[in-house]
Write a protein that binds this ligand. Sequence first.
Ligand code: AQP
Length: 342
Amino acid sequence: MSDTAPASKFTPRVFSGIQPSGGLTLGNYLGAIKRFVSMQDEDFETVYCMVDLHAITVWQDPADLRHNTRELAAGFIASGISPDKSILINQSQVPEHAQLGWIFNCVARMGWMGRMTQFKDKAGKNTEKVSLGLFGYPALMAADILVYHATHVPVGEDQKQHLELTRDIAAKFNHDYGVDFFPITEPVIEGAATRVMSLRDGSKKMSKSDPSDASRINMTDDADTIAKKIRKAKTDPDALPSEAAGLENRPEARNLVNIYAALNEQTVDQVLADVGGQQFGTFKPQLAELAVAKLAPISSEMARLMSDPAEIDRILAKGALQAREITAPILKKTYDIVGMVS
Ligand code: AQP
């Protein structure tokens, strides 16, 4: 659209977040965090966030929320996000997120929000009973991103529609007020595992809030638990194919091969060149061994960091100060554009 601002006039800046709505899963790690880590060494400023305001769109026990927020920060750091290279924050400690979120509630249209598939999935048949916050979630997510003028957002496949909405909100704001103020953000959806599926059902995303713990690998699972979950993962009776095309219509097989490829930083075809022809009884122990080798150092570092929660709180407090140097002027300018007396 001619009335939208090109991303290129903005400082290359990455923003992304994860909800502290449970423990981190392998899906979060492969779909999002691995890319967060690599982007901090590219030509970007990087801001990574525990989105606690998003988490409470569904009920969270307060003690669990506090624990999960710190554990998520520990997971970020243990996975390689450096508080010296990236700004690491807890969303509620940077109030400009919620303040811009309100403005965007007034920009986004009910019809746009009603089409969000994640809302439909999470609300199910219960739309009358879910929180208003769950419905408005994508407008707050747009604010999280745009309050930094972020140009790039690394996410898993499931967030694609929300990012399109973020672009629509930026474009509508720019159009309505006749400005080129908000960037039209680029989603970064890359890698062999942009959509890690449940270990129990290849048609469902692996999710931290799935009632079945066997459906996911948690970043805090020990070696025995990881091996057991992989051993019990649903599969089909056929041997593995030698090429990616042979995984079509085999969602569970494809999921396990994708996980192997992402953990081992290979393509699916490279993996299948090695394991094609194997039965799952042979492949699963190799996958378990690889998963344990990659995840054990992260989970033990998470445990070490969690033994000193005050240090995590200090990192988040410092991150909030750094963040507000970016967000406060952008919010102030937004208020000016909208016509608020300041
Ligand atoms: N299964 C997945 N495969 C690939 N990427 C995934 N992500 C989540 N699950 C997968 C990516 O992780 C980032 C953070 O997601 P989130 O925690 O903010 O929300 P979510 O997508 O709703 O994740 P969960 O685990 O399913 O949380 P709950 O159960 O609370 O809803 C995003 O980049 C997401 O794409």
